[in-house]
Write a protein that binds this ligand. Sequence first.
Ligand code: PLP
Length: 426
Amino acid sequence: MASTLATAGTACEIKPIAEDTVDVSAVRAQFPILKERPGVCFFDNASTTQKPSEVIRVMTEYYSKSCSNAGRASYRLSSQTLQAIQNSRATVAQLINARPEDVVFTSGATDSLNTVALSWGLANLNDGDEIMLCMQDHKSAVLPWFNVKRILAGFGKNIKIVPFEIHDVGDYDLRTIREGVSSKTRLIAMSHIHHVYGMDMEVSDIREIVGPDVLISLDASQSAGHIPVDVKELDVDFVSFSGHKMFAGNGVGVLWVSEKRQPELTPVRVGGMGATLSAESETEFSAPTLQDLLESGTPNIPSILSLVPAVEFVSNIGVENIAARLSNLTRYLYEKVKEIPGVDFGPGPGRCGCPGGYGILAFRIQEVSVSDLGFMLDSENILVRTGDHCVSKASEEDQYVRVSLQVYNTKEEIDAFIEVLEDSVC
Ligand SMILES: Cc1ncc(COP(=O)(O)O)c(C=O)c1O
C-alpha cells in the first residue's frame, strides 16, 4: 500500500448521496440504552449496533411467553415457533430481495463465511484451483479459505490462495485482480463495504473483471441494513452478514446462496433436524432443501425472531434514508477531523476519491498512539474502536482509530468527540 496520507488541508470532498431526512429524535427514542446511558457516544457500530426496544421486547417475550424448540414436537407452541422462524426468514429475504428458500440462518457472519468455504469449498475445489481474496479484509472473510486449504492439503489437494490488494484510497486495486485472475480461479472473496476503510468495494466492477464463471462470496456485514442490498442486482453467488450489526440480537447470521450454487453444496454440520443419512448409503446425506442442508441443531431462536423488528426498524426509516444519514454524518465528521493538527487519515473517505461515505472513518493523530487516544476517548464516554480491526496481516501502518456511526448518532456527539481530539493534541 502506498504511504501518502491525506492530511489536514488536502483537497478532498465527500459528497453525501442524498439529503438527510431522518427524524433523529424519533429514532433515538426507540433505543433504551441511549436513555440509560445519557452522554455516552457509541461510535463503534461497525462492531455491533445498539438494539431498539422492539428487538429487546421480542427477544424477552420469546423467553417469557413462548419458549419452545421449533418444529420438533406436535404441540402448538413448537409449531408456532417454527412458523415465527419462517416469518423471520421471509422478512430477511425481503430486505435483500431474495427468495426465502435461498436464505439460511447461521450464528453470525463468521459462521456464514465459514459455511461457504467448507460447504462449497470442500466439495468443489481440486488440486491446483485458486481462490482470490484480500488480506486487508476482515479475518472472517479470509481465514476460512486458509482453513479449507489446510484441510484439502491433508487429502493431497493443493489449492492456491491468490491475494489482491487495496489502493491507497481504500478500494480494491482492480489491476491486482486483473493480474491475479486465471483459468484456475474458482472463487473471489470480497467485502461489500469495508469494515475499516468504509468504502463500497464495487461488486459490479469485480464481476466484470472475473467474468461469469468465477464465484463471488460477498461479505455484506457492513452493508446489510445500512445501504440497499439486492441479491438480484448484485450478481454474486453467496451473501453473508450478521444480525447484530443491523439492530438484531447476537448470535444470528444470514447466508444467502444463489439457486445455481445450491446443488454444489455439501453438508458441513449435521445432527438434530437438517440433513439425514440416506437409506441407501452411509456416505450420502439427503437434504431436500437448503435449510435441511445447512441448518442443524437448535438455532438461536430469540435472535432469529429479533430479525423481524430489526428489519422493520430499518424499513420504517427506509434503508436509503439510513444510507443518506450515514453519508451526511460521515462528511460532517470528516470536515471536523481534518482540522485536527497532525491528523493522518487511513484509506477510505478521509483520503481523496470517496463519493459517498458509509459511516466509517479511520484516522490517527501523529504523536498520539491510537490506544492512548482510545483510552482518552473512553474516559470521556466516547466509544471507538482502535487497533488492527481484525485484519489478518495488520502492521503498524494499519493501526487506526475507527469511528463507525449509525443512524442514531448525531452531529452534537461528533462535536463532543472533536473536543476530546482537540484536547489530545494540546
Ligand atoms: C466485514 C466483516 N465481516 C465479518 C465480520 C464478523 O462478524 P461476526 O463477528 O458477527 O461473525 C465482521 C465483524 O466485525 C465484519 O466487520
